[in-house]
Ligand binder design. Structure first.
Ligand SMILES: C[S@@+](CC[C@H](N)C(=O)[O-])C[C@H]1O[C@@H](n2cnc3c(N)ncnc32)[C@H](O)[C@@H]1O
Length: 274
């Protein structure tokens, strides 16, 4: 079995409606997080150092969220198309770039799985196809689509490790084993798949730690999704636990994560349809 087949065998089914609702609810939080300065962002530094972005470069931002990278690319003189499954995220992207020249960007609600590259005129169109921390890249088809849309570089990043205190406590309460989350193997499969296609991507990783304070309602929604709680009894157990831990409707959590990044040039790849 090659790595594409191994990835497909492991891949979980994605419910796009559920995904959209999940990210719509998290849009406000992401918008706040994305407000920090991007000048010294290590991803931007990496892309610049490889010549993957430059003034005039066409960039497709897949799962652009509230637009923090799209905005940074626009400020560097790039032409940007940002797509996202969440209408709330796209609204924030539009707001956050409203002061910039509208001739240089387009934002639209579009799940990557449903993007028709031919109809959009996106085959081999972009200098960079960029997917930062985007669950849109959940399998080999989605990686191949990135390559098909690119004539230069592709970038993707994902959590390698993500630990949160409340999540670990909830798993113990619900008697759930700490099953490796799907995202953990995303870059592993993508890296090896690309390797088998004759390409040797750059791989980097970095660590983050932060204290997160959020309201019970949002935390409950997040953990229902993460712990795949579908029945009312489990949902109620999550809510009861969070209520018990909360102070004035707020929950404090400690998050540790390690994020990985892959950057590759599509030049050496021979892909059908390109
Ligand atoms: C963790 S956020 C990252 C946002 C942004 N790329 C950044 O780095 O700030 C993940 C984003 O991917 C979007 N997303 C999730 N699944 C998607 C899909 N199938 N197609 C397009 N966007 C998707 C979510 O709505 C969300 O905005």
């Amino acid at each position: 079995m090659n790595f594409e087949e191994r990835w497909i065998a492991k891949k979980k089914r994605t419910d796009l409606n559920e995904t959209q609702q999940f990210w719509d609810i998290r849009a406000v939080e992401f918008n706040e997080m994305g407000k920090r300065q991007m000048d010294d962002d290590p991803v931007i530094t990496l892309l610049k150092s490889k010549g993957a972005i430059f003034p005039g470069a066409r960039v497709l931002d897949v799962g652009c969220g509230a637009g923090r990278y799209s905005k940074a690319f626009l400020e560097m003189g790039c032409e940007v198309v940002g797509i996202d499954i969440s209408p709330n995220m796209i609204d924030f992207s539009k707001d956050n770039t409203a002061s910039l020249n509208a001739d240089h960007f387009t934002f639209k609600v579009l799940p990557w799985e449903q993007a028709d590259l031919v109809a959009e005129g996106w085959e081999g169109y972009f200098d960079l196809v960029f997917a930062s921390m985007s669950p849109a890249i959940s399998g080999p088809e989605e990686v191949r689509k990135m390559i098909q849309a690119s004539k230069g570089y592709c970038f993707m990043s994902s959590h390698l490790i993500k630990e949160d205190k409340i999540g670990a406590e909830l798993r113990a309460v619900l008697n759930q084993e700490n099953r490796a989350a799907d995202y953990r193997n995303t870059l592993y499969y993508a890296f090896n798949m690309l390797w088998e296609m004759g390409c040797f991507p750059e791989f980097r990783h970095r660590e983050n730690q932060r204290v997160k304070v959020w309201d019970v309602e949002k935390a409950a929604n997040y953990y229902e999704h993460m712990l795949r709680a579908t029945d009312e009894e489990t949902k109620q157990a999550i809510r009861d636990y969070l209520d018990k831990k909360s102070d004035n409707g707020q929950i404090e959590d400690v998050n540790y994560s390690k994020n990985g990044q892959l950057l590759w040039s599509v030049e050496s790849l021979q892909i059908e349809g390109r």
